[in-house]
Design a protein around this ligand. Sequence first.
Ligand SMILES: Cc1ncc(COP(=O)(O)O)c(C=O)c1O
Length: 350
Amino acid sequence: MHLDYQVSRPYIAGQELAYVTDAVKSGWLSSQGPMVQRFEELWAGYNGVAHGVACSSGTTALTLALRALGIGPGDEVIVPEFTMIASAWAVTYTGATPVFVDCGDDLLIDVNQIEDKITPRTKAIMPVHIYGRRCAMEDILKIAYEYNLRVVEDSAEAHGVRPTGDIACFSLFANKIITSGEGGICVTNDPHLAAQMTHLRGMAFSKEHNFIHKKLAYNFRMTNLQAAVATAQAEQIDEILAARKHIEATYDKGLEGIDGITLMPTRDVLWMYDLRAQDRDGLMKFLREGGIETRYFFQPMSRQPMYYSPDWSSLNAAKFAADGLYLPTYVGLTDEDQDRIVARVRAFYS
Ligand SMILES: Cc1ncc(COP(=O)(O)O)c(C=O)c1O
């Protein structure tokens, strides 16, 4: 079926092509090229932190962060119920166990339920800034301090939210606020953690002998070509965030007062415009027939076969999973486009 509006599109309006062309002409295609460091410095600087470690995806960024913190078999990490499964998988990849905490009405980890889930095995908390809403970091950092836990922020959907944890991990997948096609980056103020993540992402070659590897590591490196795109994207971050805020305000205004639609709390940065809808599946079908693509919300982690708990259906996360969806959200969507999308939503309920 023809789609007039996809849920997301990358915004390629800066030096992307010029930087990629330079990279190709220079012969630096692999991760050894100079654009990787340039992107790391640019993104760390933008976030007000000392170090950036670029890698191959948001998932591998989370995995590197947890491994650098020494998390592994026998450990537990607090992860929200309402998230993309990669947050939990990163924990499972290390051999540790994700322990899930339900969300509040803003879809974010419910801080009041974290302490109940802490055990002597707990090593870290992973707040996830869902759809660009910042978690209650001050409260989370306080709990982390009291129980001596580390904090790994999953900032996959929240470029522009200032990092405050030990490490923050961004995804650069094509539907994210800035992209390199596929890619990710960790940022931290701790030089030891940055060195560990760099070591682990690049196969843990050792100083004494290149081919003696003292740790099980990865090839999670970002290529110079991806870094060329990421650098050009990062240069436009302020413009992109401002355009996205405008999209949020336009949807808020257009969708207000529609019987059947519940608007969600404002976002700190807009990744995807989320909302709740009566007869959500009917609305999604009607929008699709009108050439408008949408996506439903994440399912609770406790509903996933590998993390299954029969209690999942009583979670707050399950309530949102049942009637939540998001609308097309990308820079380039005009006010007129949004008016058309809103009119179609209105038509469904009238
Ligand atoms: C909250 C969250 N965490 C992690 C990821 C994983 O990122 P990636 O797809 O780059 O591996 C995503 C997106 O896919 C995400 O939305």
